[in-house]
Design a protein around this ligand. Structure first.
Ligand SMILES: [Zn+2]
Length: 422
């Protein structure tokens, strides 16, 4: 079946959102803020025009359920997020959300009900822009949120996360109850802008997404000997900054060799003055790849590059893992379906691309067959007010999304997609 989304209506919703909750300085929809609540009221008013049941779950996610024709047990989920980073763009999150609303509209107007229930979701606080914890609502639903990890996080004004949630009617300690919402989910489908340069670089307007890359973050400390910059000959130095810099260049090569991304985003040298050899240097390392085995190999290569560089400069080296996230490859059959849908919508055929950024689909994809579609970003930037996509890319991506939802409903109706089987 086809779900023919009214693309003009989606674009007009997006422009209305930009007008009411954005402007030249960017989006004003920071999670747990009055502006976010107002944007969600705006969304609810749109949902109220449809034959759906709207409710908020215990983690603050908004759900709208469209009844199905009574086919197999279970339901299909469409959605994304309405929250935004301060001064963010007009498409991040809301492109997918308004397209999911377009799915509900198309299904509600059709002669026949969909084979199973279709549930729309607006995940709460995808961005984590206020407290630094991304994917809050979706991780509560996926069962990966530990309240003790987040309750004392503070925003820039000193408000605790737990209190900000309570002010919006969400009890952090009850949020795990949102796991109930994914029980019986047969598929999760999300449309989003790419937020990066790959599609623009390859001249593609939209693409299926292969999955979300895994991420390893390390703090690496090189220790040599602080010494006077004037009195210490080059051959007698134990220069920790030279060791770290040498390692950083080799780490770049590791990323290229494994077709992944390796980033040394920061270094801090001590004592950090112009007249001293750096006695110790701390380096921040971030590695990402879609394949867990390749990610592990990249990590081994990077750490051994650090060992080699330390030896070459007569330094010691220590590393500490500060964050890790396993890759989430999306459901192979849904990825093929999304790829075909993009081609059928006029977006051409091309290989699915991995997502570097995390998405709510990353959390949901751990439990439920999931796929995403990306629309080209041009300029290839996001989380900034100038974020944009060509209208043609938006049109193709929205159309492809409707086709993907239709295809997923067919798979579900014929028993080929059974959710928990994954
Ligand atoms: Zn987003």
């Amino acid at each position: 079946m086809t779900v023919g989304i009214d693309v003009d209506a989606v674009l007009s919703d997006l422009r209305e959102l930009r007008e009411r909750f954005g402007g030249p300085d960017g989006a004003r929809r920071l999670a747990w803020s009055p502006a976010w609540l107002a944007a969600r009221d705006w969304l609810r008013a749109k949902l109220d025009q449809l034959p759906v049941e709207v409710e908020q779950d215990v983690a603050g996610n908004i759900w709208a359920t469209l009844p199905g024709a009574g086919g197999p047990d279970g339901f299909v989920i469409v959605g994304s997020h309405i929250d935004a980073v301060p001064h963010g763009g007009w498409l991040d999150g809301v492109l997918g959300l308004m397209s999911a609303l377009g799915v509900l509209r198309a299904l509600a107007a059709a002669d026949e009900a969909p084979p199973v229930e279709v549930r729309f979701v607006d995940w709460a606080d995808e961005e984590g822009a206020r407290f630094g914890r991304s994917l809050l609502g979706s991780s509560a639903a996926a069962g990966t949120l530990d309240p003790d990890d987040v309750r004392d996080l503070l925003d820039s004004e000193g408000t605790r996360l737990q209190d900000a949630l309570a002010a919006c009617g969400v009890d952090l300690d009850a949020a795990h109850g949102a796991t109930e919402r994914l029980k019986g989910a047969l598929a999760y489908l999300e449309l989003h802008i790419e937020q990066g340069p790959v599609l623009l670089d390859t001249g593609r307007l939209a693409s299926a997404v292969a999955g979300t890359v895994g991420d390893e973050r390390y703090l690496v400390t090189f220790t040599g000997q602080a010494a006077h910059a004037g009195s210490t000959p080059m051959r007698l130095r134990r220069d920790s900054l030279a060791a770290a810099a040498t390692a950083a260049l080799e780490i770049r090569e590791v990323g290229i060799r494994h077709d992944g991304v390796c980033t040394v985003g920061a270094m801090k040298a001590d004592p950090g003055v112009i007249t001293a050899v750096a006695g110790s240097t701390e380096m921040m390392l971030d590695l990402r790849h879609l394949d867990a085995d390749v990610l592990a190999a990249m990590l081994r290569d990077c750490l051994s590059a650090c060992d080699d560089a330390a030896k070459a400069f007569d330094c010691a080296v220590q590393s500490r893992r500060v964050f890790g996230a396993t890759p989430t490859p999306f459901h192979p059959e849904l990825v093929s379906l999304a790829r075909r849908s993009v081609a059928d919508a006029g977006g051409g055929d091309g290989p699915p691309i991995p997502s570097g950024p995390l998405h709510d689909a990353t959390e949901v994809g751990r439990l439920v067959p999931t796929v995403m579609i990306f629309a080209q970003s041009d300029p290839p930037l996001s989380h900034v007010a100038i974020e944009d996509s060509p209208e043609e890319a938006l049109r193709i991506a929205i159309d492809a999304y409707g086709r993907t939802v239709g295809g997923a409903l067919e798979l579900v109706a014929s028993g080929q997609l059974t959710g928990a089987a994954r």
